[in-house]
Design a protein around this ligand. Structure first.
Ligand SMILES: [Ca+2]
Length: 429
């Protein structure tokens, strides 16, 4: 440790006779090397601090910037203590009669805070040339005067680096972050954030894996039940799949009479509309009435429409991808995707699907008619069908007849003409 004082301190305790302009000390230069733990002494760890005479004021004191208040034997020692405190750049020295702590170390000078230099009896103020006065350090860094060839150094706040602490540290890239192993690190200015990876939830400082029903794995209102480390979704009617992700015909009164009916119709519909379909009701005769106009008012313009008809125990119907729409004229509409199906039939056959073969007559539009398929018609729901026998089902004119069908006029509804018990129409929104 080496220290040089080029001018000895003034003798005596009284500075009363001195004015602030009096030359006291041309330079008090203190040079000291203080290696940290390492024996390697870095250049910027040397501090050079000058207390020029021009910054020496008797009877004055800098207030509001004190960082330490200590007792020393003389002003010279006070200045030395300032030198040792890396944040100190000026001192107030008290030479009055009291035994009070007589050396105040300040982290600013009167140059930066002229108004804080106040009259104070029995005080002298001595400042240094403060290279930190022009605030060269950024991002709340601490500036320390007297270090490096620049005459200052910046002690960066956590999260910043660079000669002037102007650079954000990318903790994520440097892998200095403290995020949980199951969290993702996101770099921010001056810091970083941790966000639990998908499948994990925050619990205190940890990201814990979520399992079972905590993940809300069941879709479309399905009920989740934990079963050990697994779970089970109980789906609402009309939905299926391990997570109830697949919806077919929801809330069909006709299909709900037998759970397997849903599955059969879904099987028929998947090639046309895919798995992930969510059907909505547009018409139900028992709710909306039997008038053909009502059916059209509620379902016209909608695409992908499936009609479900019940007569006694028999369940059948048809699908069309193109809209029911009586405008601009009544008549046939063409589509190659329409089909008729039978789920429960008079002949006890397995459910079957019958594709359109004369595509130009796939469906028929008439404002008073209910759902009508084919040129025969293959299926016709009449106006006010619930009150008459004008409806009929005669498979085979426009739609294919499966080989196993014996009586194509009665296989669907039990008889050629019939009075439907219920008609439901669903569509894909
Ligand atoms: Ca950062």
């Amino acid at each position: 440790m080496k220290r040089s004082l080029q001018v000895p301190p003034l003798s005596g305790d009284s500075y009363d006779h001195l004015s602030r302009d009096v030359f006291i000390s041309p330079v008090v230069m203190v040079v000291e090397k203080f290696p940290p733990a390492s024996t390697h002494v870095q250049k910027d760890q040397c501090r050079i601090l000058a207390f020029p005479s021009t910054l020496f004021f008797v009877g004055e004191r800098l207030v509001n910037h004190s960082i330490a208040n200590i007792s020393v034997i003389d002003r010279d020692t006070c200045e030395h203590r300032c030198y040792l405190n890396h944040n100190c750049v000026s001192i107030n020295f008290y030479f009055g009669p009291s035994d009070a702590q007589n050396c105040e170390l300040n982290n600013s000078t009167s140059k930066e805070h002229e108004k804080d230099l106040v009259k104070a009896a029995n005080y002298v103020y001595h400042g240094t040339k403060n290279a930190c006065g022009r605030a060269p350090c950024f991002n709340n860094a601490i500036c320390q005067s007297g270090f490096t060839s620049k005459r200052y150094r910046c002690i960066c706040s956590v999260g910043f680096s660079g000669p002037h602490c102007e650079q954000d540290i990318d903790e994520c890239a440097k892998k200095t972050h403290e995020c949980n192993a199951n969290a993702e690190c996101h770099n921010t200015m001056g810091s970083f954030t941790c966000k639990c990876k998908p499948g994990y939830v925050e619990k205190g400082q940890q990201c814990e894996g979520i399992s079972g029903c905590a993940q809300n794995p069941c879709h479309h209102g399905g009920t989740c039940t934990n079963e050990g480390d697994k779970y089970k979704c109980t789906c609402l009617q009309g939905f299926t799949g391990a997570h109830c992700e697949t919806g077919y015909i929801k809330n069909s009164n006709i299909l709900s009479k037998n759970e397997s009916y849903f599955a059969y119709l879904r099987e028929f519909l998947v090639p046309a509309v895919g798995n992930d379909s969510y059907w909505l009701l547009c018409y139900r005769a028992s709710s909306h009435g039997w008038a053909g106009r009502v059916f059209h008012a509620r379902c016209d313009g909608k695409k992908n429409i499936v009609t479900i008809i019940q007569k006694d125990q028999y369940v059948f119907g048809g699908y069309t991808d193109i809209p029911w729409d009586h405008n601009p004229y009544r008549g046939y509409r063409k589509t190659e995707k329409a089909f008729i199906y039978s789920i429960k039939n008079k002949e006890g056959l397995m459910p079957f699907k019958s594709m359109v073969r004369h595509v130009s007559q796939a469906i028929y539009m008439q404002i008073n008619y209910g759902a009508t398929f084919g040129g025969g018609f293959d299926i016709h729901i009449a106006d006010y069908a619930g009150y008459n026998t004008n409806s009929y089902a005669r498979l085979g004119h426009t739609f294919l007849v499966p080989n196993e069908v014996k009586e194509k006029d009665t296989v669907l509804a039990g008889s050629l003409n019939f009075t439907p018990d219920e008609v439901e129409v669903f569509y894909l929104p």
